[in-house]
Write a protein that binds this ligand. Structure first.
Ligand SMILES: NC(=O)c1ccc[n+]([C@@H]2O[C@H](COP(=O)([O-])OP(=O)(O)OC[C@H]3O[C@@H](n4cnc5c(N)ncnc54)[C@H](OP(=O)(O)O)[C@@H]3O)[C@@H](O)[C@H]2O)c1
Length: 223
């Protein structure tokens, strides 16, 4: 008898990282539900009529929509959504934390096993002290680029994950992301990694969410 394919839900599938998740996850044997604000945007990016891809329209700030999207026996979630990250973008403090809380509620309700969350190197793991260099980088990103809500929300999301015990998670913390080409097969790392491409990170996210050795870990990413 043929076994059902494992189901994966992707939040942020139209983003720089997210657009590389689905083309990698489908050939790995996943059935994918892409939760997006704009199905047309995703269709233009994916250019696929693969029967294992389901496009689900919704907004992460809408709890009901997120709860519904977590239904139907999904095994894993990849959360690579984020806020626009420069000074001149309108940002809302707490938006990503609220989005994660909505997804968490959906996971609890529908018994989804694990979520992968994309944070960054400036977001410390619990009890971790950042090095001076990374502290300076964090200050630069917040003060000079104005990326404060992404960064502060990611800190809050890490705290939220550790404060609950209902779902499993893995938080990945790459340094800078740049470029849309496949270069390296990335791996989890205990030390701060180099700049990596969105493509490599999107693919790594798919492998990492299924990696049992990373359950409830806050890992850097390396080549
Ligand atoms: N860029 C870096 O160098 C870097 C480095 C380390 C970590 N990170 C982390 O990675 C995260 C993602 O970065 P990225 O550059 O891949 O993302 P991105 O290109 O900014 O994409 C963000 C994604 O989130 C979606 N999204 C935002 N708000 C949403 C909402 N309310 N409902 C549904 N979807 C929503 C966007 O959908 P739309 O297409 O509809 O807008 C888009 O798909 C960042 O936020 C940051 O925390 C980034």
């Amino acid at each position: 008898m043929q076994q059902d394919k494992p189901r994966l839900i992707v939040f942020g599938a139209t983003g720089n990282t997210g657009r590389h998740v689905i083309p990698y996850a489908l050939p790995q044997g996943y059935k994918v539900r892409a939760f997006v604000r704009s199905p047309d945007k995703l269709r233009a990016m994916m250019n696929t009529d693969n029967q294992d891809l389901e496009i689900y329209q919704g907004d992460l700030q809408d709890k009901e929509q997120v709860l519904n999207a977590c239904s139907d026996g999904a095994e894993h979630i990849i959360f690579v959504a984020g806020l626009p990250n420069f000074k001149w973008h309108k940002q809302t403090r707490g938006a990503m934390l609220q989005a994660v809380k909505n997804v968490h509620a959906g996971m609890v309700k529908h018994q989804v096993k694990k979520i992968l969350y994309l944070a960054g190197t400036p977001n410390p793991a619990p009890q971790q002290k950042l090095s001076i260099g990374i502290k300076m980088l964090k200050l630069f990103l917040i003060v000079c680029l104005g990326d404060q809500w992404n960064i502060r929300d990611n800190d809050d999301v890490i705290e939220f994950f550790t404060s609950q015990n209902k779902v499993n998670y893995v938080v990945i913390r790459p340094l800078f992301l740049f470029g849309q080409t496949q270069r390296h097969q990335l791996r989890a790392s205990n030390t701060v990694g180099p700049m990596v491409s969105f493509t490599d990170l999107g693919q790594f996210a798919v492998r990492a969410v299924g990696d049992e050795s990373l359950v409830n870990k806050f890992t850097y990413v390396s080549k």
